[in-house]
Design a binder for this molecule. Structure first.
Ligand code: P5A
Length: 447
């Protein structure tokens, strides 16, 4: 993308309404614009990151054997009356009446709708196990929407639902989700710690929240510091392997880690004093096992091997896709702006032309641009007729992890400058070596 033709409405001033750094930076970098309280338009740069995050979530869900689909945002109240949650959900639910006077709602979650789909089409234990998911907008009329996309009213969630014959099978689904979430967050450059939590309006006793530690987090958390040494890494996982998934779950959940909802002073006191930590965290996901709560209420049964009709065991699992943008920025920024992890960056690198209009500099930038595009990497080329300082400030603000600076002086010596946004370190390299280095970082081959 050439910046002269892009839509990147960066703000010079710090917006007064934004209380936390991620919100400020998303506004300043021209990623989002508030439409009304807790509801945002995703401007092109923000939209690219949102799509990248979604893509990682999809890939890791499919890897775990889960099946993508799409349900609507608007739901009929009838299903919610069946489960009993129409009244129980309270004022957070946005209720709508259509022209036929039918009660509708903008879905805050989809347990009822998926259970209805299941009961309409599945009748035998032979069709199990089954996990379906979608990535869809939700609406919760939060009392205090704040911090930008972090606590929105309209927000994007990946929500998945498992259907199993037995509690044991459903607990494997729970473990499988926990493992796949660890991988998902790590690919976004985040450490998200599974913590014992409270199930709230979703229900059930087994639940973990995934928290990214950050001073601006809304949850107070208590944990054993050993937990932050754990890395999932690139270990090979067979998601059908019950014992392997169980072992990973135990590895990541055996140490003390709880949100304030489930915190227990006596248990916490058993953690060696030098390892006790109290901090704040951003909840980027939550997984639940709630057994037959919805299947019993809504008659979602299957015939077991003896022909008896039994309610299915279920759980649901959510990732806050739009909230993740805020969480990643909270975890990765400096005074000059955002620092995107390579896994989610909106453009793979930036190209800054120090002297637009200089024949050689222009040609070198074009050549770099085309070489990157040819190997499947997309740079953002700042081809505007602006001062170098302004170009650097924009690049730093929008946080592309790598920047290539091209100017007549370097070109005389056959080099360009490659700069890491994270470390600020620069090196001078011939253009083809700079391309090869960036390509290598993204796992692309140059031929
Ligand atoms: C699990 C999937 C559920 O709704 N039903 C379907 C279950 N869980 S949850 O914990 O309530 O939400 C899942 C994740 O969505 C994000 N989230 C939000 N993001 C932005 N703004 C909000 N107002 C908001 N509310 C929830 C969180 O990341 C949460 O973990």
């Amino acid at each position: 993308m050439r910046l002269s033709r892009y839509f990147l409405p960066v703000l010079k001033e710090t917006p007064a309404e934004a209380q936390i750094v991620s919100h400020r930076l998303m506004l300043r970098a021209g990623m989002i614009k508030q439409a009304s309280a807790g509801i945002y338009s995703w401007l092109p740069l923000g939209y690219r990151v949102l799509r990248n995050i979604e893509q990682i979530v999809h890939e890791e869900q499919v890897r775990a054997g889960h099946i993508p689909m799409l349900m609507p945002t608007l739901q009929s109240a009838d299903l919610w009356k069946e489960s009993g949650r129409y009244d129980a959900y309270g004022p957070e639910m946005l209720r709508i009446r259509d022209r036929q006077d039918r009660d509708m709602l903008y879905g805050p979650t989809n347990e009822e709708m998926i259970t209805d789909i299941f009961r309409s089409h599945v009748g035998s234990y032979k069709d199990l196990p089954l996990t379906l998911y979608h990535i869809q907008w939700k609406f919760r009329d939060e009392i205090r929407p704040r911090f930008g996309v972090m606590r929105g009213r309209e927000f994007l969630m990946k929500d998945g639902y498992n259907f199993d014959l037995t509690k044991e099978d459903a607990l494997h689904a729970y473990n499988r989700h926990l493992v796949s979430y660890l991988r998902t967050y790590e690919r976004m450059g985040l450490q998200a710690i599974p913590m014992r939590a409270d199930s709230g309006p979703i229900g059930g006793d087994d639940t973990h929240e995934f928290l990214v530690l950050a001073e601006t987090g809304e949850s107070e958390v208590f944990y054993d510091s050993e937990i932050t040494d754990l890395k999932f890494g690139d270990r090979a996982i067979d998601y059908d392997d019950v014992a392997q998934c169980q072992a990973v779950l135990e590895e990541f959940t055996s140490r003390y880690a709880r949100t304030d909802e489930t915190h227990d002073d006596a248990e916490f006191a058993k953690v060696p004093a030098d390892r006790q930590r109290t901090a704040r965290g951003i909840e980027v996901g939550q997984i639940f096992y709630f057994g037959t709560k919805y299947s019993e209420a809504m008659g979602a049964t299957v015939a077991d091997s003896e022909g008896n009709k039994v309610p299915v065991h279920m759980g649901s699992h959510g990732i806050g896709v739009s909230r993740l943008l805020g969480a990643i920025i909270e975890a990765s920024h400096d005074d000059n702006g955002i620092i995107w992890p390579e896994g989610v960056t909106p453009f793979h690198c930036g190209i800054v032309n120090l002297k637009q209009g200089d024949e050689e500099a222009d040609a070198a930038c074009e050549a770099l641009y085309n070489s990157f595009m040819a190997i499947g990497l997309e740079p953002l080329y700042d081809d505007r007729n602006e001062r170098a300082g302004g170009k650097f400030a924009t690049m730093d603000l929008i946080g592309l992890p790598w920047r290539i600076t091209v100017g007549p002086r370097g070109l005389k010596n056959g080099v360009v400058e490659l700069t890491s946004r994270r470390t600020g370190e620069s090196e001078e390299l011939p253009p083809e070596q700079a391309i090869a280095k960036v390509a290598g970082i993204y796992g692309k081959a140059t031929t």
